[in-house]
Ligand binder design. Structure first.
Ligand code: HSE
Length: 432
């Protein structure tokens, strides 16, 4: 019997695109053995052909013009690996309109324009897959859509940004300050070209938006998430967290509570006995609780050429099933939107808190701070003050609290900052 043929075009031969090309060329036989389908890398569109990539592209058409892929009737799967909004959005929409299946790793685009892109794919009888958009090589999208399909997802706690996890790990393990740790992450190539989205929590929020939409079968809006990054964390906070038995991690949180969703991204003190505290360096992990399966954890490399390409090629293989069956373009692989979900306003959520102040070392400071907390119904569970021997110096004071309302904590912090003995650069983190 004649082998079924899939013809692939890649738009963007950066880190991830190079990995996809490498797999399609080097693992061609393996893929054929496993699927009985022949995957042919036909064309690559890339503007920069001067970079050395250590790839033998004999037999592959190399161009600077993406239109050569989009207008080629033989190409049935287009891989978009340029990232960002434009021109990626334009290329994907054109590919869909030309009835080509599309695979992308573009988390920002799926998180913000996924809704319209899935609709467009459906209207054109093709599919748009995005496994690599969250967790790099970790099969978390398939994990949720297939492996855990029988479950209501009760909660997810994810370390979804490799750069910020690498930075926090270096701060924990090597005692680096934030800026030096960030430099290391950039040198290692984990950070985006502009690392703002990595360290501000925006990248993790894009990924949480995607996971939450899948888990809740609703259209979660990226702008509606509470997002806080890691830029205010100092080595001192890392040391305090350690002394209390915690590791600071940037967590993306999904919780189903009281008929609504609690969705947020922020740095969090994770107890050292929790598996997530041991997820180090650029690695990602997602701890998922389903109502039937219980607790599961997905763990692995969340970025990089080979892991991300591994996820993209798994999508290409899935699409080959669609290409040669009647299920092509029936939308079964899109995010299913069944209902609107109510988001719990962030102010109404309760958390335990880590509070760090710098205050003058004078009589009455603790009484006044704890008085404000008590007025707001916030109870302290632990307290540490570091000693200073120099008169007029500010000293760090750290308080851990019991569960308290976000709204109450916000108001209490505003009041505490009005004291003239408190410096402005205080920090409030949540405890998991
Ligand atoms: N900059 C991202 C990260 C790359 O650090 O996780 C993968 O999305």
């Amino acid at each position: 019997m004649e082998k079924k043929q899939v013809y692939v075009g890649i738009i963007g031969l950066g880190t991830v695109g190079t990995g996809v090309a490498r797999i399609l060329l080097e693992q061609k036989e393996l893929l054929e053995t496993r699927t009985s389908v022949s995957f042919n890398l036909k064309t690559i569109a890339e503007l920069d052909w001067n970079t050395e990539r250590d790839l033998d592209l004999t037999g592959v058409k190399c161009t600077t013009d993406a239109e050569e892929i989009l207008n080629d009737p033989e190409i049935n799967v287009v891989v978009e690996t340029i990232g960002g909004y434009q021109p990626a959005f334009g290329f994907i929409t054109k590919a869909l309109q030309k009835h080509k299946h599309v695979v992308t790793a573009n988390k920002a685009l799926i998180a913000t324009h996924g809704h319209e892109l899935f609709q467009m794919a459906l209207e054109n009888g093709v599919n748009l897959l995005f496994e690599a958009s969250v967790g790099g090589g970790i099969p978390i999208i398939k994990g949720l859509k297939e492996g855990l399909i029988a479950n209501n997802i009760e909660s997810m706690f994810g370390i979804l940004n490799g750069t910020s996890n690498y930075i926090l790990t270096r701060m924990h393990q090597d005692g680096l300050e934030f800026t030096d740790a960030l430099k290391g992450a950039q040198e290692k190539g984990f950070a985006e070209a502009d690392p703002t989205l990595d360290i501000s929590g925006g990248d993790a929020a894009h990924k949480l938006t995607i996971l939450s939409s899948i888990a809740s079968n609703s259209f979660v809006k990226y702008e509606s998430l509470y997002v806080e990054g890691i830029t205010d964390i100092t080595k001192l906070d890392i040391d305090f967290a350690k002394s209390f038995g915690y590791t600071i991690k940037l967590l993306a949180i999904y919780r189903r509570v009281n008929g609504g969703l609690d969705l947020r991204v922020h740095p969090t003190l994770v107890e050292n006995k929790h598996l997530l505290s041991a997820v180090s360096n650029e690695l990602n992990a997602i701890f998922v609780r389903g109502d039937f399966v219980g607790n599961t954890m997905f763990y692995g490399p969340g970025a990089g050429e080979r892991p991300t390409a591994s996820a993209i090629v798994s999508d290409i293989v899935d699409l080959s099933d669609d290409l040669f069956s009647d299920s092509a373009g029936n939308g079964r692989r899109a995010i299913k939107i069944a209902a609107d979900v109510k988001l719990i306003p962030f102010d109404e959520i309760t958390n335990r808190f880590y509070l760090r102040f710098f205050t003058r070392d004078i009589p009455g400071v603790l009484t006044k701070i704890s008085g404000v907390l008590a007025e707001h119904d916030i109870s302290i569970s632990s307290m540490v003050q570091l000693e200073t021997h120099e008169k007029d110096n500010y000293v760090p004071i750290v308080l851990l609290t019991h569960e308290a309302l976000e709204k109450s904590m916000k108001h209490a912090m505003q009041k505490i900052l009005e004291f003239d003995f408190v410096k402005e650069n205080c920090l409030r983190l949540r405890i998991f």
